[in-house]
Design a protein around this ligand. Structure first.
Ligand code: GLU
Length: 299
């Protein structure tokens, strides 16, 4: 059987984006994502966009937004057009959630993290997906009238994945590095589409925004590969255009661990403050020949 997405033909200009969350300082791994995305567009005269993923009001900081802009300028990566802020687009995410709710494809989830952890610990298997441990489906079994009566309690909205997959039918997508990929969103379980604290989730916001901004090539780290199974499904459910993906290898530290602030990778702000030449640093990253003891490797 053929799956929708097999013939995703890309005509017209290439549009890519860098979409950081302003919840901390950027490090060399972020620089790779920005460079990959920027260069993919610029190589063919395309557009490179910047989107600030600040749906997490509690953790997003204006000073981190300013830091991101300064880091990109330091790396010599100019973006096109206005910077888009997800925090300004909440009504759009809410409207999409409404559409899915009207079709019975999402349900409210009242579980706390601790309750989910307890339930998972008590079950024989604990499969993992893009958002960590796969949700065991507890609240999917609450009768609709009971759930409706509880909507005054804190709740997230989760996709009823089995139902959504059955409705959408087989799907596939194209990755410039991995090739044709058959979408398997079911393995990700009932992921959250609207967080308790945010009114949307990464999956819903990113999918809607990439479509709204006309992103033709979603360039991001291979650590987000599994998320694409979910995003491809959301595109089908919400009648959105299907881009091409390019999940690039991650930059790993000398210990083989993914670079992150918590394992001491230098921040771009730190390198900047130390007088490192940002454009030269970006060229090192492009070559995969990193200056100081980093190694590039496939994740
Ligand atoms: N905001 C996400 C992050 O900072 C990236 C989103 C994406 O590229 O799809 O990890």
């Amino acid at each position: 059987m053929t799956a929708r997405g097999d013939s995703a033909s890309q005509t017209g200009a290439v549009v890519t984006r860098f979409a950081p969350s302003p919840t901390g300082l950027l490090h060399a791994g972020h620089a790779v994502a920005a460079i990959e995305s920027h260069d993919r567009a610029r190589r063919v005269g395309g557009r490179f966009l910047l989107r600030i993923e600040d749906i997490d009001g509690a953790r997003s900081r204006a000073e981190h937004v300013a830091g991101i802009l300064a880091d990109l300028q330091w790396l010599g990566l100019a973006w096109d057009g206005e910077v888009v802020f997800q925090s300004a687009r909440m009504p759009i995410y809410a409207a999409a959630l409404d559409r899915l709710r009207a079709r019975g494809l999402v349900y409210p989830c009242f579980c706390t993290r601790a309750e989910i952890a307890r339930e998972v610990a008590a079950s024989a298997s604990a499969p993992h997906g893009v958002d960590g441990v796969v949700y065991p489906g507890t609240c999917r079994h609450i009768a609709p009238d009971i759930a409706a009566a509880r909507l005054g309690e804190p709740h997230a909205w989760r996709i009823d994945m089995a139902r959504a997959v059955a409705l959408a039918g087989p799907l596939a997508w194209h990755d410039e590095i991995a090739g044709r990929v058959v979408a398997d969103p079911l393995a990700q379980g009932d992921v959250v589409l609207a967080r308790k604290d945010a009114g949307t989730s990464y999956h819903l916001a990113v999918t809607l925004d990439d479509a709204a901004q006309g992103v033709s090539h979603v360039v991001r780290g291979v650590d987000l590969f599994a998320a694409t199974h979910v995003h491809r499904l959301l595109q089908a459910l919400l009648d959105l255009p299907v881009p091409v993906w390019r999940h690039h290898p991650l930059l790993l530290g000398p210990d083989g661990q993914r670079l992150a602030k918590r394992n001491g990778s230098p921040t771009l702000a730190g390198l900047r403050a130390a007088g490192v030449d940002g454009r030269a640093f970006a060229d090192y990253l492009r070559d995969g020949t990193l200056p100081i003891g980093f190694a590039r490797a496939n994740a």
